[in-house]
Design a protein around this ligand. Structure first.
Ligand SMILES: C[S@@+](CC[C@H](N)C(=O)[O-])C[C@H]1O[C@@H](n2cnc3c(N)ncnc32)[C@H](O)[C@@H]1O
Length: 197
């Protein structure tokens, strides 16, 4: 099998090729927050890029850790938080080698999974599972492109049920409606709870 090519995220930020970015907060984040599902806690935002949600979380009292491997995105995220004198950790690291010092109450994955090569998804699932405390939750947005190739890679929902199997993750009975994006793509929100091994 041919290995997946390395994805150069830093160049995308530098070239302004960031079609995934939103002008404001993700509707799924607002729904989870406003309905009291996502409340202040120790939270990880993997592949947080330059997204606005980490600041909104920190302002609301969350203890936020952002991890991303794109230098300029990490710098922008840090600058925004520092400017407002808001405490949050922003780490420059590869999620496929990074380890937290302790698990999180919640993880907010806003199109990070779809940014990773699909061959790395099983490894990433293992990491998410062990990075969340037993009663914690994974708030995830599964990118729906319905096209081959990527990134972003299409997160087919049948494949997602296989990747996050029912003996390791408790799925909701019903999923909320997909969230539309300016790019014409959509994201399927889901809140999954890890099941202790
Ligand atoms: C599609 S973007 C989403 C960014 C952000 N969550 C948002 O909604 O704007 C994917 C992000 O994941 C980061 N990323 C990709 N692979 C990564 C890895 N192995 N480790 C850490 N970050 C990674 C990229 O640098 C990029 O910021």
């Amino acid at each position: 099998m041919t290995p997946d090519p390395i994805i150069d995220w830093e160049s995308r930020y530098r070239d302004g090729a960031t079609a995934w970015e939103r002008p404001g907060l993700n509707d799924a984040f607002l729904t989870w927050r406003d309905h009291g599902l996502l409340t202040p806690c120790r939270i990880l935002v993997p592949g947080g890029g330059r997204s606005a949600e980490p600041l909104a979380m920190a302002e609301a009292g969350f203890d936020v850790t952002v991890v991303d491997l794109a230098e300029s995105a990490v710098a922008a995220q840090r600058a925004r938080l520092d400017h407002l004198h808001i405490k949050a950790r922003v780490e420059l690291a590869n999620l496929l080698t990074w380890e937290p010092s302790q698990p999180f109450d919640a993880i907010y994955d806003q199109t990070c999974l779809c940014a990773l090569p699909p061959a790395a998804w099983p490894e990433y699932e293992q990491r998410l599972h062990r990075w969340i405390k037993p009663n914690g939750a994974l708030f995830i947005l599964f990118m729906q492109t319905h096209t081959a190739g990527g990134p972003p890679f299409h997160c087919d929902m049948k494949a997602m049920h296989r990747l996050f199997p029912a003996d390791r993750w408790r799925w909701p009975e019903h999923l909320d409606a997909p969230v539309e994006h300016l790019s014409g793509r959509s994201e399927q929100p889901a809140v999954l709870h890890p099941i202790a091994p």
